[in-house]
Every structure is written in structure tokens, then in C-alpha cells.
Design a protein around this ligand. Structure first.
Ligand code: UDP
Ligand code: MG
Length: 314
């Protein structure tokens, strides 16, 4: 039987920690009883430099349930994406399959069983996808959905309405650990790994206690990071607009010449306006062109794995 590690990043989660621990231990017990996971499966809480009693509570839980509850204490606050990565990579050596979930139990723990079933059926990554966003505010819902649309436009593969609630097999985490980039956007990275994947659907609930650790500022930073780490399309857009402006100014030049010949112009206007537009367009094109090279350098320095071999027949 495979050993499961449930990875839970926690930042100032003293209000929810015990509740989360109890709920997740319930899931483990249930899955163990049904013979779907190994008996020494465990929860791995990652304390992301919390300023409250979160770590003390993790220690208490570990003392009370030494097998089922483990903890990792990061030396300072590094943010959700890094905390989750630290947890996944720590769990990679200790388990056969991981499930990552937030501490606030907004994601439905009941679908973990479905994820495990899909894992047994050969999936290496199973994404938890929110069916509806009834419990989110109108603002969060529209901005989040707009974000997925923009990502699609930018050519970045993400799973629509999937946050970081997902199952990953050991080999998927191993492949993920080869992505050494520092600007992390896990939701965009996982689809690059490949393998057989699937989704499970659930209704996202309210936070059981405490408040969101993702204020608007962090949300926008995550969204911008997602786009700028995965797409060099914005640079191509600059180049494209430069080309369009140059072409338009050539058309305008022809029009101005005709007007000049027919004598309907104020002296000086034509040459002034045309040079502003033409030079502006040339400058945009030049910036865009330089940008293309910078975009290439950016992609090169990431040193992402170029492929992932799943099987070799010989
Ligand atoms: N989190 C973290 N480090 C941070 C911010 C958040 O580890 O700097 C964790 C947090 O404890 C929670 C998860 O990331 O388990 C998601 O945060 P939250 O539920 O506040 O985000 P929301 O659901 O409101 O988007
Ligand atoms: Mg939450």
C-alpha cells in the first residue's frame, strides 16, 4: 500500500490548526480502514514563519499523534508557494504520494478519497477543481475568473478554477523538484510535468476560522507573477504594436502627401506629426526587439527540464 503525505502550509493558522488536524486525521483513518493507503501515512504541517502559536500547536499535535502528524518549521515567512514547495519536497522522500491542501479547510477533504482512487487507476496528478464559487465575494470571483482567462490568452496552460489542492505521485514531485526557478507559480508549473492527470470536483466552502492570508496585494502579486513567469507574450505585444504604428504612419504619410499636393494643409503640420508617429513606432519596435532577446534569456536562465521521459521500451 502506498504511503500518503498530506502537505499543509500554515501561516498564522492557530485558530484552524486543531480543527484541520482532526479533520485530516479522520480522512487518514478512513482511508487506512478501507485499505487504500499505508498505515503510516501522515499529515505534514509546514509552518511558514507564523507569528502566532501555530508551531507550538503543531508540536502538540505531533506529541499527541506521533505517527500521523509531522511538522516542518521554516526559518521565516516565505509565502504560500514556497512553503508548499518545501513541504512537497520534504514529503517526497518520506512518502509515495502527496496531497496538498490549505489549512483553512476551504477545500473539501472528502474528495481526497476520490483523488486516491484516481491515483490507483494510474493518474500521477489529480487536480481539485472548484465547481462554483458561491462562497467567494463577487469581487474575488470575477477577478479570479478574469485571471484564468488572461492566462489562457497569454498561452499559459493552467487548470481552470484549480488552486493548490492537488494529488501528486512521488515521481511527479520528483520531476517538479527539477524546476529550479525562484519565481514560483505552482498552478502553472504542474501542467508542464505531463503524465496522466485528472480532476475531481468539489464545492469550495468558507474558511472554518481565522481570516484570509491572501489580501488583494498578495493576490495581484501572485497573478502578475503567474503571467510574467510563464509568458513572454507581453513583450511580443510591444513588438507587434510598434510594427502596427509604423505601418499606420506610412499610410498616414501617403495621405499627407496627397493632401500636400492638393494644397489643403497648414504648413509644418505634416512633417511634425508624421515624424512623431513614425519615430514612436520605430522606438516601440526596437524596445520590443530587445525584449525578445531578454525574453529568451529569461527562459534560458530558468533551466527548466526540457522533457520528462515516462517510459522506455527496449
Ligand atoms: N499561507 C502560507 N504562507 C503565507 C500565506 C498563506 O503558508 O504567507 C497558507 C495559509 O496558511 C493557508 C494557505 O496558504 O493554508 C492559503 O491561504 P488562505 O486560505 O489565507 O488564502 P485564500 O483561501 O483566502 O486565497
Ligand atoms: Mg483559504
Amino acid at each position: 500500500m502506498e504511503k500518503l503525505a498530506i502537505v499543509v502550509p500554515c501561516y498564522n493558522e492557530e485558530e484552524v490548526l486543531k480543527i484541520a488536524s482532526e479533520a485530516l486525521r479522520g480522512v487518514l483513518d478512513d482511508l487506512i480502514r478501507k485499505g487504500k493507503i499505508a498505515e503510516d501515512s501522515f499529515i505534514l504541517f509546514v509552518n511558514d514563519g507564523s507569528k502566532d502559536r501555530t508551531w507550538e500547536l503543531i508540536e502538540e499535535e505531533h506529541q499527541a499523534h506521533p505517527v500521523q502528524v509531522c511538522g516542518v518549521k521554516l526559518a521565516g515567512n516565505v509565502g504560500h508557494q514556497f512553503a508548499l514547495t518545501a513541504g512537497l519536497i520534504t514529503a517526497m522522500d518520506l512518502s509515495d504520494v502527496t496531497v496538498s491542501i490549505d489549512a483553512d479547510l476551504q477545500d473539501d477533504v472528502a474528495v481526497i478519497e476520490e483523488m486516491i482512487d484516481k491515483f490507483h487507476n494510474g493518474c500521477d496528478i489529480v487536480y481539485g477543481v472548484r465547481k462554483e464559487r458561491k462562497t467567494d465575494t463577487f469581487f474575488k470571483r470575477t477577478t479570479a475568473q478574469g485571471f484564468y482567462k488572461v492566462m489562457e490568452m497569454m498561452g499559459v496552460k493552467t487548470v481552470y478554477n484549480h488552486a493548490d489542492f492537488r494529488l501528486m505521485s512521488k515521481r511527479a514531485v520528483e520531476q517538479f523538484s527539477k524546476y529550479q526557478e525562484t519565481n514560483l507559480f505552482l498552478r502553472g508549473m504542474m501542467p508542464l510535468i505531463g503524465y496522466q492527470t485528472d480532476c475531481v470536483y468539489y464545492d469550495r466552502k468558507e474558511r472554518v476560522a481565522g481570516e484570509s492570508k491572501y489580501p488583494l496585494k498578495k493576490m495581484l502579486a501572485l497573478a502578475f507573477n503567474g503571467i510574467s513567469s510563464f509568458s513572454v507574450k507581453p513583450i511580443s505585444m510591444i513588438l507587434g504594436s510598434g510594427v502596427i504604428i509604423v505601418l499606420l504612419s506610412i499610410l498616414a504619410a501617403i495621405y499627407a502627401l496627397i493632401s500636400y499636393c492638393t494644397g489643403h494643409v497648414v504648413p509644418g503640420w505634416t512633417s511634425l506629426i508624421l515624424s512623431i508617429w513614425f519615430l514612436g513606432g520605430i522606438q516601440l519596435m526596437a524596445v520590443g526587439l530587445v525584449g525578445q532577446y531578454i525574453g529568451k534569456i529569461y527562459i534560458e536562465v530558468k533551466h527548466r527540464p526540457r522533457y520528462n521521459i515516462e517510459k522506455v521500451l527496449k
